[in-house]
Design a protein around this ligand. Structure first.
Ligand code: PLP
Length: 370
């Protein structure tokens, strides 16, 4: 196997999805599996579909197209509010899109009429995190205007928290969203079938809160793929943390001093590094760098420290765990590392336990991918 590569354990991802479905189902909440951090990779997304997830969300229309072409069978939602310029593709490929701007909804409406389709939209409401969202006092006006547009149908409300500002999903803001759904339905005579309360940061709210609310959907990415909730990055009981591992290969391993020789200035990225004299150490270099992965998000799975990195190299102190040229080093990853390494064209993929594909899907097609 050529290095570097991502080792992707499909049965662990499948397990995680199954456990999360059961946990949320007990509270009447359905999961939309968020596939952006795996770029909609069909074998991975099929593993979560096989676990029972029927709704998939992605921030990029290209990833949705990729899944559709590979015959992944699910309801597809575009979870980043679309650009006006992609309205045509959104109507063609996404079953639902999240929206906050009337001018974009107008483009979706035009595209839907042209394609003789009804495009479902879910309106995102600003509940405090200050990323995407319609201000609450503008929600009524937005619904009223959108109801006049043909070809689009409002099917729900949603919110996104804990992304830009770290605002916690709580009983307070979730109940507030529920009340907005109730009042909007009454005032405009509509049915809001989906109330989407948030992402992997909603886990604590779910566990601690047993009052009934209108929230009947959450969108989960990190919890499924990395086994963590995202408010404090706690391990969710019973979930695998090691479903995806990054593997790199040692290309140099030598005992060298810990202090550089000569006068120092800036490094390749404009930082002025500071060194501590720890005497001589075994320094091993792996062929993996900033161009492949967000290095601060990596943790070596065996006893060694990351000393630094450049575009194409990560330098490790492997004194406690001597490595030779050709050895492989395994890293666990945070979300940013997963997202970046999945996106790098230099990082391969190795799938294990591939028996987790849905019986109905035409898997032969997915094998053409990559
Ligand atoms: C990325 C994203 C999610 C999923 O977030 P996780 O932390 O991976 O669960 C949910 N909703 C929206 C709008 C997103 O952009």
């Amino acid at each position: 196997m050529k290095t570097p590569y991502l080792e992707i354990d499909l049965s662990k991802i499948h397990d995680n999805a199954k456990k999360l479905i059961a946990l949320f189902k007990a509270r009447g909440i359905e999961i939309t599996g968020v596939t952006k951090c795996v770029l909609g990779e069909p074998r991975i997304t099929n593993a979560i579909v096989a676990a029972g997830i029927t709704s998939l969300g992605d921030s990029r229309i290209q990833n949705i197209v990729r899944m559709k072409k590979a015959h992944v069978e699910a309801l597809f939602t575009l979870i980043r509010t679309p650009s006006a310029s992609e309205a045509h593709d959104v109507v063609t490929y996404a079953d639902v899109s999240f929206n906050t701007e009337l001018s974009v909804i107008a483009e979706l409406s035009k595209a839907a009429l042209k394609q003789k389709k009804i495009h479902d939209i879910l309106l995102m409401v600003e509940m405090g995190d200050l990323r995407e969202g319609i201000l609450r006092h503008d929600l009524g006006k937005t619904i009223e205007e959108a109801l006049r547009m043909k070809g689009v149908r409002i099917i729900g409300l949603g919110t996104n928290l804990a992304c830009l500002s770290g605002v916690k999903p709580t009983r307070h803001n979730m109940d507030h969203l529920s009340r907005l759904a109730d009042t909007s339905e009454k005032r405009y005579g509509i049915t809001l079938q989906t109330i989407s309360g948030g992402n992997s940061a909603n886990f604590e709210w779910l566990v601690e809160n047993n009052t009934k609310s209108r929230v009947n959907n959450v969108r989960l990415g990190e919890a499924i793929f990395l086994g963590r909730e995202t408010l404090s990055r706690k391990h969710i009981d019973g979930l695998h943390l090691d479903a995806i591992t990054l593997v790199a290969e040692v290309i140099e391993s030598k005992v060298k001093p810990s202090l550089p020789e000569g006068e120092t200035g800036q490094d390749a990225f404009g930082n002025t590094p500071i060194f501590e004299d720890k005497g001589e150490m075994l320094r091993s270099i792996v062929a993996l760098g900033k161009q492949d992965v967000n290095v601060p998000g990596l943790v070596p799975k065996s006893d060694m420290d990351i000393l630094g990195s450049s575009s194409d190299h990560i330098i490790l102190n492997t004194t406690r765990n001597p490595l030779r040229v050709g050895d492989q080093v395994r890293f666990s990853m945070d979300y940013a590392a997963l997202l970046s390494s999945m996106t790098s064209p230099f990082v391969g993929r190795e799938f294990i336990a591939g028996a987790t594909q849905p019986k109905t899907s035409r898997n032969k097609v997915t094998l053409l991918d990559h």
